[in-house]
Design a protein around this ligand. Structure first.
Ligand SMILES: NC(=O)c1ccc[n+]([C@@H]2O[C@H](COP(=O)([O-])OP(=O)(O)OC[C@H]3O[C@@H](n4cnc5c(N)ncnc54)[C@H](OP(=O)(O)O)[C@@H]3O)[C@@H](O)[C@H]2O)c1
Length: 235
């Protein structure tokens, strides 16, 4: 029996990933920073819910304690994320970005990944086939964002792409440090969720595909990689 925790799984790509992994036979914990939203999602999915705010040390420690007491963890999906929209809904470009706004995005997207991974590492190290999936973005790719004429090149935001590039680096360094684990970064593709006010061009069913696949990777599968549905991506 494989036990899987997905952060930010009360909606969007995390919820769809949870749905698919429940169907695949995993025992799934829906991580949610709001107890009611988490419980409602878990009830709909036939999953368990665990209160988990990735920006809060005490919340993450309590979640790790709960999951450990219930028997441990095999798969961690670091999915919770925020973007960098200003109050008017526009993306915050280089001219307007403040250190506080950058810190806010990094607190969830980067420090959150490290906070959660660090807390659950002892559990993963006791698993026979530990897996970590870090939900990154195509905007993390330095190769893409510097290629004129591509959608990534035209994206004006700083905080979100920078945070996801950091996630990619964290993925690579953790993968080298823990060769017995499969640790990969994935790009779901531009998917209609609350993150982009449902402007994304893919459905969550399409977007979650690569997350689900990398969550199910076996001990002989890749590690330290960066993938979308079509295969490896350029860093
Ligand atoms: N949609 C896309 O086009 C796209 C493309 C590439 C990558 N991604 C990545 O995919 C992941 C999922 O995004 P999504 O598109 O599914 O967005 P979403 O529908 O907005 O879902 C984001 C999830 O993260 C949770 N979350 C935010 N801050 C949190 C915190 N501090 N602690 C715990 N949970 C927190 C949200 O919880 P609440 O409901 O409480 O806010 C929600 O469950 C993100 O990492 C995003 O960067 C998305």
């Amino acid at each position: 029996m494989t036990t899987t925790l997905i952060t930010g799984a009360n909606k969007g790509l995390g919820f769809e990933t949870a749905r698919r992994l429940v169907a695949a036979g995993h025992t799934v914990y829906v991580g949610s920073r709001d107890a009611d939203r988490g419980r409602r999602a878990a009830e709909r999915l036939g999953a368990r819910s665990v209160l988990l705010d990735v920006t809060d040390d005490a919340s993450v420690a309590a979640a790790a304690h709960t999951v450990e007491a219930d028997g441990g963890l095999d798969v961690l999906v670091n999915n919770a994320g925020i973007d960098e929209r200003a109050r008017d809904g526009g993306v915050i470009g280089a001219a307007e970005l403040t250190a506080d706004e950058l810190r806010k995005v990094f607190e969830t997207n980067v420090f959150g990944v490290v906070r959660v991974t660090h807390a659950f590492l002892p559990l993963l190290q006791r698993s026979a086939a530990p897996v970590v999936v870090n939900v990154s973005s195509g905007l993390a790719s330095m190769a893409r964002i510097t290629a004129p004429g591509t959608p990534a090149h035209g994206y004006p935001g700083v905080a979100y792409p920078a945070s996801k590039t950091a996630v990619n680096m964290i993925t690579v360094q953790y993968a080298k440090a823990f060769p017995d684990m499969r640790i990969n970064a994935v790009e779901p593709g531009y998917t209609a969720t609350d993150l982009n006010a449902h402007a994304g061009t893919q459905t969550v069913e399409e977007g979650a595909g690569i997350i689900v696949r990398m969550a199910q990777v076996g001990p002989d599968g890749p590690t330290g990689g960066y993938f979308d549905a079509a295969g490896p991506l350029p860093w």
